[in-house]
Write a protein that binds this ligand. Structure first.
Ligand SMILES: CC(C)(COP(=O)(O)OP(=O)(O)OC[C@H]1O[C@@H](n2cnc3c(N)ncnc32)[C@H](O)[C@@H]1OP(=O)(O)O)[C@@H](O)C(=O)NCCC(=O)NCCS
Length: 162
């Protein structure tokens, strides 16, 4: 699906909180937490909208500090999955990272999250460690986090197509 990606700030906190709740099974951040995060240095949120509607179907939250970037969260509503929405959000972010000479993008993903792990693998992220019992599921089970890293120094740096 061709989506339009836009950068949004603290006024979109409500929309982001609703999208996160619709995308994730577990506990989500309140609109207040989103707003606080979006005021932090280097933090940016993106929304993905389909061509036929103004309602966003996916979101991406990232942080860039100097040469280091992090993916803080990414989510797509169930009805719009496997149509390239998360890949489009990530591609937009990675294009800007390359342009801004970011060296490395890191993230944490629950070790049992096959969909997200497949997405990151497809984008070139590689395993870089494990945080034992990092997440707690709703039923109280502990799940490891896999740390994954994309080394942008290894790939071609291109100017963003805006
Ligand atoms: C993970 C998530 C963001 C993927 O979003 P999406 O828009 O469906 O992903 P895309 O359609 O862009 O997928 C791109 C590629 O990632 C991989 N992928 C994505 N979902 C997959 C799945 N369920 N199973 C296997 N591979 C998958 C595939 O390689 C896919 O390419 P393909 O469809 O051409 O095979 C979505 O499933 C989601 O919101 N999950 C719940 C929230 C979550 O777990 N977020 C990640 C937290 S770290």
């Amino acid at each position: 699906m061709a989506v339009t990606i836009s950068l949004v700030g603290p006024p979109a906190a409500d929309v982001l909180a609703a999208l996160q709740s619709a995308s994730f099974a577990g506990e989500c951040w309140t609109a207040g937490s989103w707003s606080t995060l979006l005021h932090q240095p280097g933090v940016a949120a993106r929304l993905a909208r389909p061509p036929t509607s103004n309602a966003p179907v996916g979101m991406l939250l990232t942080r860039v500090i100097a040469e280091q970037a992090e993916v803080l969260t990414v989510g797509v509503v169930p009805a719009s999955r496997r149509r390239g929405v998360a890949a489009a959000l990530m591609a937009d972010f990675l294009r800007v990272c390359r342009h801004d000479r970011v060296a490395e993008v890191a993230l944490e993903v629950a070790a049992d999250n096959a969909a997200a792990t497949a997405l990151y693998n497809a984008l070139g992220f590689r395993p870089a460690g494990r945080r034992r019992r990092y997440y707690t599921t709703r039923d109280g089970a502990a799940v490891d986090a896999a740390v994954m890293v994309l080394d942008l120094r290894q790939s071609t740096r291109t100017a963003p197509a805006r």
